[in-house]
Design a protein around this ligand. Structure first.
Ligand code: ATP
Length: 904
């Protein structure tokens, strides 16, 4: 049957008509086979991706830079003066440099694409009567979409069924307040983008759940229609881009000033203007760090790909840099610090308590006789089955995708206890649900069985008790006294203190249908203690953060005692620590006293917090100058994730809203992955810093030499092409290799980086200057030695200067290891890319020297072995000098350390 698409006014049609028109079923959806036919017919549910630069455009852009223009001028000038060899050589350099740039950009683009592929969103649908999770782009017309709190709606659709559905439509309307939605025909609102019986792509489900028939996908959604906003994500500059831009500008200014001084003094001295022009071009080429932005992009993209392989998918480029400055991580507990493999461990009834174990689907009580609490046990199992949204009889594959582990464990308990969940669910028809939320911390459902009604409720103990007036004790129902409540609370506290997650269970049974607010006068049944052990790798990851100067704070919705127990076990709190702040203790954060601020900043465990309080704690930390990373999973965590400097969402259990808001998504939800991400973030920044120092010191050495030779020894002056060769070919490969390297082992033993610092700190500038002086010193030394021992032929001297500088810069790459990481086996010597780059560069030097044409273009001559020896030996001097200095510093700091240890 052919479907009229785009669907016209779906919000005005009767549901039956709409189902017929879209050839779908309100219960079973469309079949999987039909879905793939429709996907072919209507296309994928994705926007045509943002117009990417074509390969040609990318190639062309390599030539679109001031330095290339300058070189073109230089080439044309050479042509004008009939120096065609030089002109050809300049053009070759331009092309080779463009090819290098092109491939680097291509590599960065491939990394970014691979990253993008990992960031897929999913939608839950019913197809052929079965619940499935599909990639959102596979969603098609007529699909029956399932929505629950935390989902981002994947397509436009008409609501078939809804239960307390509240949606945030700010992505569409700009107004961020919850909109209540129902399945009724919407008579008042006729505007297609505001119908109350429709949900729209890109909006977020805040509360409740719903079933929706998809009526519009991709461009044919309300969001798609605002096509201006879609698919054209602005390419905003990251702080790193800005810093690199600033640095480049600084270098350009330095060069301009130098050129000006050079031209004026040159002309005043009466030098030939052509010579002055050539030297000026050489200077400009020497100073301009062409390779810098592209090497930075490659390093960043490659680093991010490595991060993704270690389970941290970076969505916001700038967060890579911010990660290196993070000095506090606010983390949730369940699933991040713990396994989230939850099992029922304890049952606590008013008269009895049981340790429970389940082996091969069989339930075992450590204590024998459950008879006295049989009634309570049966009720508890029934409540656990009914007040539950995990799919009954879940097939193993789908468990992870659909169920809350607490609820899955309750279904397993029911099955093991001989009350198959499927049977209970079919006997008790669900009439409505009060969904769980992190604020209310409880959930309830209303059911009908034969002629009676049954309310089941479960949740945080203190919240459930507030709704209870009676207690089930054996087969009688008694009044629940305040004293008994206290007793239950302290029992819960005891269980929590042993690290269990504790939930209370209650019910109400009646012959008449309760009113809408059925969460009252409940009968308390008992407590369940769930075991959720800490993750295995967690202790190491936390102590790694501590030694990296990063504070870890747990903020959880769970009970304070459970929180404290787990915090101690994973190393967030000290063994003797009993400091934990419960959400209810926190004062009004708008007018926080100094004392409270201090208390908050010195506490590492916050429990029973609401999402709003999470946001406020982030604020307290930020105002105290901290750079905050914050984890979150729920829909209500979104504001805190946005506010944190780095928002980290959980890939497995996180809601789509959290994932879309966060700047990093963890594929495995594990805290250890945050530690890896921080280490990688620091590593990437360190790499960028390293090659910037490398490139800039090489450039500066060239400037120094040109200036010195320009004033002192005109005849031996380096030729523009020689500089060009050094700067555009041989510098770039080692720099790139540094950008792709692994960080040194001490990267997580240092304090976080001050975010206010630029890429190159003042101290770094000093280091750059020293390196440049050392390298130019080596060249001057080689010139003197050549003159003294070999010849005063300016051509030979020039060649010695060129070879010395070239190899000096190549050896200089080994100076880039950090002070702490040793001389021989360090992160630079272990970096295979560095060795490859050096091999390539020396090979290129030899090739250039080997062919007459290139030799001529670079003004190279066949020089004697002695001259070579002088050049190579002098070029090693800066490396030897720097390594000796590092050795001296290392020994000094070791002796300081041992003195400190002795004094202790
Ligand atoms: P974290 O923030 O560390 O992940 P959490 O998962 O314990 O902590 P919430 O999910 O907000 O935080 O849960 C808070 C409390 O609500 C729990 O301690 C529990 O008492 C109760 N609770 C959790 N899940 C459910 C559920 N499915 N039904 C009813 N109550 C629940």
């Amino acid at each position: 049957m052919s479907i009229e698409y785009p669907v016209k006014t779906p919000y005005l049609q009767a549901l039956e008509d709409l189902s017929i028109a879209l050839s779908t079923s309100e219960k079973e959806g469309i079949s999987t086979a039909e879905a793939s036919i429709r996907t072919k017919q209507f296309g994928l549910n994705s926007y045509k991706s943002q117009k990417q630069k074509s390969i040609w455009q990318m190639a062309f852009e390599q030539f679109n830079s001031p330095i290339v223009y300058l070189l073109l001028v230089a080439g044309l000038v050479s042509l004008y003066f009939k120096n065609s060899l030089e002109a050809i050589a300049i053009f070759i350099v331009i092309v080779v440099n463009a090819i290098i740039g092109f491939f680097m950009e291509l590599q960065a683009r491939t990394s970014m694409r691979a990253l993008k592929k990992m960031d897929v969103s999913y939608a839950k649908v019913v197809r052929g009567g079965k619940e499935l999770e599909i990639a959102s782009e596979q969603l098609t017309i007529g699909d029956l979409l399932l929505l629950e709190a935390g989902d981002v709606v994947s397509g436009d659709g008409r609501i078939v069924f809804s239960n307390g559905l509240q949606v945030d439509e700010s992505s569409l309307t700009g107004e961020s307040f919850p909109v209540f939605k129902t399945s009724n025909i919407d008579n008042e609102k006729l505007e297609s983008s505001h119908a109350l019986n429709m949900v729209y792509k890109g909006t977020a489900v805040l509360n409740g759940n719903a079933k929706v028939i998809i009526t519009g996908i991709a461009e044919h959604t309300e969001l798609g229609k605002i096509s201006e906003l879609v698919g054209r994500s602005k390419s905003t500059k990251t702080p790193l881009d800005i810093k690199i831009g600033k640095l480049t500008k600084k270098l350009i200014w330095i060069t301009l000033v130098l050129i000006l001084v050079f031209v004026i003094t040159g002309l005043l001295e009466g030098r030939a203007w052509l010579e002055v022009l050539k030297t000026s071009i050489a200077l400009a080429v020497a100073a301009f760090p062409e390779g810098l932005p592209i090497v930075a992009t490659v390093a960043l993209a490659y680093g991010m790909l490595l991060m993704a392989r270690k389970n941290a998918i970076v969505k916001k480029l700038s967060s890579v840099e911010t990660l290196g400055s993070v000095n506090v991580i606010l983390t949730d507990k369940t699933g991040t610090l713990t396994e989230n493999k939850i099992s029922v461990e304890m049952l606590s009834f008013p008269d009895q308590e049981f340790h429970v174990s389940m082996k091969n689907g069989k339930l075992k009580f450590k204590e024998d006789d459950i008879e006295k609490s049989k009634e309570n046990f049966d009720f508890l199992v029934r409540i656990g089955t009914l007040c539950n949204n995990a799919p009954v009889n879940p097939d193993a594959k789908n468990q992870k995708a659909f169920g809350d582990p607490v609820e899955i464990s309750l279904l397993l308990l029911a099955d093991a206890a001989g009350f198959p969940a499927q049977k209970t669910v079919s006997e008790f028809e669900r009439l409505s649900e009060i969904p769980f939320s992190s604020e209310s911390k409880l959930m309830a459902t209303l059911h009908k069985a034969n002629k009676s009604f049954f309310v089941s409720a479960k949740g945080a103990v203190e919240k459930v008790l507030l709704k209870c007036s009676h207690i089930q004790s054996g087969d009688s129902i008694l009044d629940l006294s305040a004293e008994k409540k206290k007793e239950i609370l302290s029992k819960a506290e005891l269980l929590s203190a042993s690290g269990l997650r504790v939930l209370a269970f209650a019910y109400q049974s009646s012959d008449t249908k309760p009113d809408e607010d059925y969460l009252k006068d409940l009968v308390y049944v008992g407590l369940v203690g769930f075991l959720d052990p800490p993750r295995r790798d967690i202790k190491g990851a936390i102590s790694e953060c501590h030694s990296a100067g990063i504070k870890i704070v747990m903020i959880t919705g769970d009970h304070p005692m459970t929180a404290l127990n787990i915090a101690k076990r994973v190393g967030i709190a000290e063994e003797q620590d009993d400091k934990v702040i419960a959400g209810s203790e926190l004062p009004d954060m708008a007018a926080l006293s100094k004392e409270w601020k201090g208390r908050i900043l010195s506490t590492t465990v916050f429990a029973r917090t609401t999402p709003k309080q999470k946001l406020e704690i982030v604020d307290v930390y930020q105002k105290a100058g901290y750079i905050v990373a914050m984890t979150g999973d729920g829909v209500n965590d979104a504001p805190a994730l946005k506010k944190a400097n780095v928002g980290i969402a959980m890939g497995l259990r996180g809601t789509q809203v959290a994932k879309e808001t966060a700047s990093i998504v963890l594929k495995d939800d594990s805290f250890a992955s945050i530690t890896h991400a921080v280490a990688h973030g620091r590593e990437i920044f360190q790499n960028i810093q390293r090659f910037v120092i490398y490139l800039v010191s090489c450039n500066l050495s060239e400037i120094l030499i040109i200036t010195i030779l320009g004033f002192l020894a005109q005849g031996t002056m380096l030729f523009p092409l020689q500089i060009l060769f050094l700067n555009m070919i041989t510098d770039v490969f080692p720099a790139l290799a540094l950008g792709l390297g692994k960080g040194d082992l001490t990267v997580m033993q240092r304090p976080p980086r001050d975010p206010k610092l630029g890429i190159v700190s003042n101290r770094n500038w000093l280091v750059i200057l020293i390196y440049a002086v050392l390298m130019s010193g080596a060249v001057i030394l080689a010139i003197f030695m050549c003159r003294f021992y070999i010849t005063s032929d300016v051509k030979v001297i020039n060649n010695v200067a060129f070879i010395t500088l070239a190899s000096c810069q190549l050896f200089h790459v080994f100076n880039m290891s950090s002070l702490q990481s040793g001389m021989i086996m360090n992160e630079v010597t272990k970096n295979k890319f560095v060795w490859l780059a050096l091999l390539l560069c020396f090979f290129l030097l030899i090739v250039v020297y080997f062919f007459e044409a290139s030799r001529e273009a670079l003004n190279l001559n066949v020089i004697s072995g002695q001259a070579w020896l002088i050049a190579i030996l002098s070029s090693m001097l800066p490396l030897i000098f720097v390594q000796l200095y590092k050795l001296f510093r290392m020994q000094k700091s070791q002796s300081q350390q041992s003195t400190k240890n002795l004094n202790k």
